[in-house]
Design a protein around this ligand. Sequence first.
Ligand SMILES: [Zn+2]
Length: 333
Amino acid sequence: MKFACFGAAGLMALALNPAFAQAEPSQTNQDFMVLEAGVPADLLPGAAVGDELGEYRFTVEFAPTQNNEFALIKNMLQRSGVFSDVLDELSDQIALPENVPVIFQECGNANAYWSRDDHTVTMCYELAAQFFDDYSMLDNKFAPIFPWADHRQVTIGSTLFVLLHEIGHGMVTLFDLPITGREEDVVDQFAIFILTNSDEEDQALAERPSRLALLASYGMMRTELPMERAPRHYWGDEHSLAKQRGMDMLCLVFGSDPDAYALPVIPGFSMIADYAEQNPDAFTSPALIEALNRTDDFNLIPWMRAQQCPMAYAKYEASWDYLIETFMTPKSN
Ligand SMILES: [Zn+2]
């Protein structure tokens, strides 16, 4: 059995535990011995698509738990209704070739994964509980993002991002989607795309589904690893480094709507840009760059990177639109 796990849980354990603990490996002994060449799917546009939009659906189940802490987490997640709502909407927009169960359950470790054999997504209560516990360790730099996010919202937002990441792995498998980069990065981009596309025009930041991706990025960004002690498998992991993933998430959400997200994501840059706009003669070009560099610590992503984010988002969005239209929508539509 082969799983695509979320990765952050392992990385967090790696970051926080001096013994470099990792998530449990999920392969069987036999799988470790497989050294055959990979056989890719045919990648025929539309070959794997279902007959009708919404005919087959994602189903969400919250398994019972005897553990009191996880029972609280289960109630919080279930009561929010957000997981069923988002997946219902997604079910209507694509033609799944089969029903896809999403199961929240106790796993024995903090993880989430898509099973390529069973075609199910498993979301572990332990991972959501970890997000809940991590809230108290929030970095002050994230303060501008969090006036509209409490403990509960951060837990739900982070868990929803992970769920959409795993659904992304499912989409790659079920629809034989072509990808030209690391699948782990591709499905992070899918999760952002789903959230930003759920935003409505003129919606307040505090109401936007895309803000949940910002809440999720904190968990990635806060991981610290003493680099000189990092073992080789850390660098060889199939996931990009956690801080890079967090930066990429922030970059794409900012890029999806630079006007709305400049202030929370790049406050240093926004401050200088506002000042320069009101005082057009205040800076020579070198002085402007110096001012932007001096305030760069306020920004959640470096201002130089932020320049590229709107175009990066536009490219990913156009690519996902194309993939959904070509690979996930029946021809009759
Ligand atoms: Zn993954």
